[in-house]
Ligand binder design. Structure first.
Ligand SMILES: Cc1cc2nc3c(=O)[nH]c(=O)nc-3n(C[C@H](O)[C@H](O)[C@H](O)COP(=O)(O)OP(=O)(O)OC[C@H]3O[C@@H](n4cnc5c(N)ncnc54)[C@H](O)[C@@H]3O)c2cc1C
Length: 499
């Protein structure tokens, strides 16, 4: 019997249809068991938990690497609204002050158990003392779990050579923050694998997490937006780490999840001083002064802050480590007082006022014929320009001889050296480091695992919390420590997680 001959074009059509059905079946099969976001993008295997990290800064990336290290099957998705690690890149004047090296003894203390335990408490007290917000809460195990020594080891084990400078600040030997950025992003890339269908560590940039809610299954429903192209995606995550730094959007997420926010206020800045003559001293560094900050009319019990260290005179006022530390400790009171107050500087903290008077009167005897402006006791360690400024403040004519200096004026100079007041009229800028005080209160977090006390599987780390350190690498150390602890907890939970 002769078979029915179909036209050639129909045959091709049928084969194509069969192929399409088969392919779509195969695709269907492949899609089964995968996790997708609302736009159809694959987020990994459905049988594997998903950690969503809000914020690709120091804390977020460090936490992702740690979680992935402990739970290789965990899908990690980092959503970053700008460029990842952008603050690390600009930090420390482009050098990145990674941590502080004054607290490394932990490693070399090879003692028997009891002394080691006591030592750890002392270590943790000392390090936590550098955090105006957090100094009480961080005294516990926090830095013992992952402290500056651990941070340094982590970076050197991952190929970044670090150095400790005289004042304790730790920088990459390259003096370039790119060494830190490249190391962290390189590690994330290594753990991620774009050649596989499964997503492992994925970093998506230019996207904002705009909303979050908790599903009836206790999972996190996140709305992610890419505003430049009007893209909106919904993702369900098993774990959520909020590491959004000081961004408003991060605080909004925390509030949506039931957390409160301590009002954010800037910390670490210089002081604008009302004194035209001070400008002429711009650039002078005083290696060791004692500075006391008093606020104008804040309340009856006006708080006072005192710090000792190097001070720099700038064309707008006062700066240098001692001022930056004062600004950090007084940040919240200064904000409430509209940055108005007084700084009292003791220029020669090692010598008391009576001894200063004696030194000055001996100088007057020995240098009787010298002009006041040309000579001053070398013990004071001052520069001539500065001495001229002091004479000017006392209304003394520098061309007069020392012999003409009345006792009253001599005493006034001694007092001025010990307690020279400067009127603070505002907040200046400090380009090397800025930080925000305020954020999610530490009382709402369990510090031993960085988990929220409100929701299971919700974690916080870094500057989004109400923690801030003084200048010197302490702020990054908080990000590394918090990130490491959160990453460890998530990694451990994910290892035993049943979906
Ligand atoms: C100029 C400058 C210099 C500094 N230098 C130093 C230094 O040398 N040493 C030091 O210890 N500290 C320094 N600091 C402070 C330090 O940078 C911060 O304390 C640290 O970066 C905090 O890390 P983090 O991961 O918590 O936050 P961040 O580094 O701020 O990272 C948070 C990330 O989250 C992203 N994000 C926020 N909200 C969302 C959202 N809804 N969706 C998606 N992404 C979001 C942000 O874009 C950001 O990239 C400096 C800060 C500045 C500004």
């Amino acid at each position: 019997m002769k078979g029915v001959r179909l036209p050639r074009s129909s045959l091709i059509g049928v084969s194509l249809a069969v192929l399409l059905v088969r392919t779509s079946r195969r695709l269907d099969f492949a899609r089964r068991g995968r996790r997708f976001c609302s736009t159809g993008r694959c987020l990994g295997n459905r049988s594997e938990p998903l950690l969503l990290v809000a914020g690709g800064g120091a804390a977020g990336i460090y936490a992702s690497l740690r979680a992935k290290e402990l739970a290789p099957h965990l899908n990690v998705l980092v959503i970053e609204k700008g460029k990842p690690l952008s603050k690390v890149r600009i930090s420390g004047g482009g050098r990145c002050n990674v941590t502080n090296g004054n607290f490394l003894e932990k490693m070399v203390q090879i003692c028997f158990w009891h002394s080691l335990k006591i030592y750890e408490i002392i270590f943790s007290l000392g390090l936590a003392g550098n955090y105006p917000r957090g100094n009480k809460e961080l005294q516990g195990a926090y830095f013992n779990i992952h402290g500056p020594q651990d941070t340094m080891s982590w970076f050197s084990n991952h190929g970044v050579d670090l150095k400790i400078e005289e004042d304790g600040r730790v920088f990459p030997v390259s003096n370039n923050s790119s060494s830190i950025v490249d190391c962290l992003l390189g590690e994330a890339k290594k753990m991620g694998d774009s050649t596989q269908y499964f997503v492992v560590v994925q970093l998506q940039i230019g996207k904002v997490i705009s909303n979050v809610s908790i599903s009836y299954k206790g999972k996190f429903n996140l709305r992610i937006e890419k505003r430049t192209i009007d893209l909106v995606e919904d993702i369900e995550a098993d774990f959520l780490l909020v590491a959004t730094g000081s961004c408003q959007q991060g605080y909004k997420l925390a509030v949506q999840l039931g957390h409160s926010i301590v009002q954010p206020m800037p910390s670490i800045f210089t002081f604008k001083i009302e004194d035209n003559k001070l400008q002429s001293l711009s650039g002078i560094t005083l290696p060791k002064v004692k500075a006391k900050l008093k606020l104008e009319n804040i309340c009856k019990n006006q708080p006072e802050y005192t710090q000792v260290g190097p001070m720099l005179i700038t064309h707008w006022g006062l700066s240098g480590p001692v001022i930056l530390r004062l600004s950090a400790w007084g940040a919240r009171d200064l904000f409430l007082n509209e940055y108005k107050g007084f700084v009292y500087i003791d220029f020669i903290p090692e010598i008391n006022v009576e001894d200063l008077k004696l030194i000055l009167s001996q100088h007057r005897e020995h240098m009787a014929k010298q002009k006041l402006s040309n000579s001053f006791p070398s013990k004071f360690g001052l520069v001539k320009r500065f001495w001229g400024y002091l004479l000017d403040r006392e209304g003394l004519d520098g061309d007069e001889p020392w012999a003409s200096l009345a006792n009253k004026s001599l005493n006034s100079i001694a007092l001025l050296l010990k307690q020279c007041s400067f009127k603070v009229i505002g907040k200046g800028q400090f380009k090397e480091e800025f930080v925000t005080s305020g954020g999610v209160p530490l009382s709402e977090i369990t510090l031993s695992n960085m988990e929220s006390r409100i929701w299971k599987n919700l974690f916080f780390a870094g500057e989004v919390l109400n923690v801030d350190g003084i200048t010197g690498g302490f702020n990054f150390q908080n990000a590394w420590t918090g990130g490491y602890i959160a990453g460890t907890s998530i990694g451990e939970l994910a290892s035993t997680y049943l979906l």
